[in-house]
Design a protein around this ligand. Structure first.
Ligand code: URA
Length: 233
C-alpha cells in the first residue's frame, strides 16, 4: 500500500503537493468514491482524476541537456520560438527543471518526475547552481566581496554567493558564480548591480552534477547514481 499522493505523483499526475491539492479539491476518486488526503491505495484500486483513469505507473525520465543560446526554456512558446523540447527526441512529456534565459546556455535537467523537479527548484532546499560568465570590464576585489555578501536585486538583497575570478584581461573578466536562489535573471542582475554587463552566461553545474563535455544541443540520460544524488540533494 502507498499513499495516494505518492501513487499519483509516480503516475506523472504532478508533484505530491499538487496531488494533495487535487485530492482536497475532490477531483480524485478511489473505486468511485471521492478520495481523502492521506488515503492508502494499491495497484488493485481503480483511481481516477477528474473521472479519467490513472494507473500504469509512468516511466520516469531524467535527462541532462546542454541548452544552447537561442531557445526558450518552456515546453511551448507563444511566439513560435525554438524551445528546449525541440532538441530532445523523447516521446514522454518532459518538463524543464527551472529556467535558463534565451541567451544563456548550459546544464538543464528535463524530467517528468514532478517531485524531484519541485525539490530541485524549491528555494528552501538551497541547491547550488554554478555559472561561468564573462563580463565587460575588470571586476574589483571589493565588488567580488560585495557580490558574495549580497547585493540588491529588485529591491531585495541576494543570499550569500560564491564568486571566483577565473581570468582577467584588459577588458573582460571571466567569473564562476555559485548561487542557491533562482530569481529571474539573477546572475545578470547581480553583476548589473555592481556596474557590469554580462556578455556570456553558462550554467556548468547543479549541486555537484556537472555539464562535463556534453556538446551544445546534445543531451544524455542521467545514470542511477546521478538520479539518486539529485534525489538526496
Ligand atoms: N541568471 C541569469 O541571469 N540568467 C540565467 O539564465 C540563469 C541565471
Amino acid at each position: 500500500m502507498v499513499r495516494l499522493n505518492k501513487f499519483l505523483a509516480d503516475c506523472g499526475v504532478g508533484s505530491r503537493r499538487e496531488c494533495d491539492g487535487l485530492i482536497e479539491s475532490g477531483a480524485v476518486k478511489v473505486n468511485g468514491k471521492v478520495a481523502k488526503l492521506g488515503q492508502l491505495v494499491d495497484e488493485s484500486d481503480k483511481i481516477t482524476v477528474r473521472d479519467k483513469r490513472v494507473g500504469d505507473k509512468q516511466k520516469l525520465y531524467y535527462v541532462l541537456l546542454h541548452k544552447p543560446k537561442g531557445c526558450v526554456t518552456t515546453v511551448k512558446d507563444d511566439l513560435g520560438r525554438k524551445t528546449v523540447m525541440d532538441l530532445v527526441d523523447i516521446k514522454a512529456r518532459l518538463y524543464p527543471v527551472g529556467r535558463l534565459d534565451y541567451d544563456t546556455e548550459g546544464l538543464l535537467i528535463l524530467t517528468n518526475d514532478g517531485d524531484l523537479s519541485n525539490r530541485l527548484t524549491h528555494p528552501r532546499n538551497e541547491i547550488n547552481k554554478t555559472y561561468v560568465c564573462r563580463i565587460s570590464g575588470i571586476l574589483k576585489e571589493n565588488e567580488r566581496q560585495q557580490l558574495e555578501r549580497g547585493v540588491l536585486v529588485d529591491g531585495v538583497k541576494t543570499a550569500p554567493a560564491r564568486v571566483k575570478i577565473l581570468e582577467q584581461d584588459a577588458h573582460h573578466t571571466r567569473l564562476e558564480v555559485t548561487i542557491h536562489e533562482g530569481r529571474n535573471h539573477q546572475v545578470k542582475k547581480m553583476l548589473e548591480s555592481v556596474g557590469y554587463e554580462v556578455e556570456f552566461l553558462k550554467r556548468v553545474a547543479v549541486g555537484d552534477l556537472r555539464l562535463g563535455g556534453l556538446k551544445r544541443g546534445d543531451y544524455r540520460f542521467l545514470n542511477e547514481a546521478e538520479i539518486d544524488y539529485l534525489k538526496r540533494l
